[in-house]
Design a protein around this ligand. Structure first.
Ligand code: NDP
Ligand code: 8X3
Length: 256
């Protein structure tokens, strides 16, 4: 296991769920954290919590869909924060659960712009520095939905299939460098994910996890921590994790 003490880790989507859980576990291990998301007040709350543990934090209010904002945020990082060691491309969302031919095109744009293009922009502006410094690790948060399609999952599944392809492509393109690329692909995790998918309909969101023990954000962060702390010659290419109550994207054992 390698230490990540004082390594600079940029986490997108750090204001909630899996991203916030990553921030907590990495702060405990002494990493220096750049926390990015749109909701600044959420980032500030998390920073205050981590501050109590003397964590070194830099906040970035950032919409990953905005290419120019991403480029400017990365190129204007203060010098003490600019040498990013680990990029966790976690920001992402699903919007709606509709048959493709009845889908809301605004929902599609939001998913494609965030899950695919946002991840690409961060990668494009952060990885060249890693190549120059001859060190680095990119962790993309994919999904079981990138491996298997479910009814009405169409566009969301498409974005996560793209993340899978992009992770594999990046690994190939970085062959010959020491930079590592990992895709962490969870099944059902209880976060704000379903609230966002159903545009704030809490009852519908809760039903997703009814009678099931889903993964927690900490479970996923734990796996990410494992991946980034392997010896430097080891690359964990892809991890699929799901709750014991889930066998595939559509097979879930519900007790009620
Ligand atoms: P949450 O909704 O709890 O967190 C999503 C995070 O993404 C938030 O911090 C949100 O921050 C951020 N985000 C969304 N859009 C943008 C944007 N345009 N710019 C910057 N940040 C953005 O969900 P999860 O923690 O579950 O989701 C994290 C990742 O895990 C996603 O990629 C998701 O697809 C993936 N995933 C989730 C699973 C689950 O079952 N929950 C399973 C498999 C994968 P803010 O709104 O403040 O910008
Ligand atoms: C989130 C998991 O199955 O809701 O990526 O699409 S699922």
């Amino acid at each position: 296991m390698i230490s990540i003490q004082n390594q600079i880790v940029l986490i997108t989507g750090a204001s909630s769920g899996i991203g916030a859980a990553c921030a907590r576990i990495l702060a405990d291990a002494g990493a220096k954290l750049i926390l990015a998301a749109r909701r600044q007040e959420r980032l500030q709350q998390l920073a205050a919590e981590l501050d109590n543990k003397s964590a070194d934090i830099h906040l970035l209010q950032l919409d990953v869909r905005d290419r120019l904002a991403v480029e400017s945020a990365i190129s204007n990082l203060p010098p003490e924060w600019s040498d990013i060691d680990i990029l966790i491309n976690n920001a992402g969302l699903s919007r709606g659960l509709d048959k493709l031919h009845e889908g809301d095109t605004q929902d599609w744009d939001e998913m494609i712009d965030t899950n695919i293009k946002g991840l690409l922009y961060l990668t494009r502006y952060v990885v060249p520095g890693m190549v120059k410094r001859n060190r680095g690790h990119v962790v993309n948060i994919g999904s079981i939905a990138g491996h298997q399609i479910y009814p009405k999952g169409n566009v969301y599944c498409g974005t996560k299939a793209a993340v899978k392809a992009i992770s594999e492509g990046l690994k190939q393109d970085l062959l010959g460098t020491p930079i590592r690329v990992t895709s962490v692909d969870p099944g059902m995790v209880e976060t704000e994910f379903s609230q966002v998918r159903f545009h704030g309909d809490s009852d519908r969101a809760q039903q997703v996890y009814q009678g099931v023990t889903p993964l927690t954000p900490d479970d996923v962060a734990d796996v990410i921590f494992f991946c980034v702390t392997r010896p430097t010659h080891v690359n964990i290419n892809e991890v699929i994790l799901m709750p014991v109550d889930q066998a595939s994207v559509t097979m879930v054992n519900r007790r009620t």
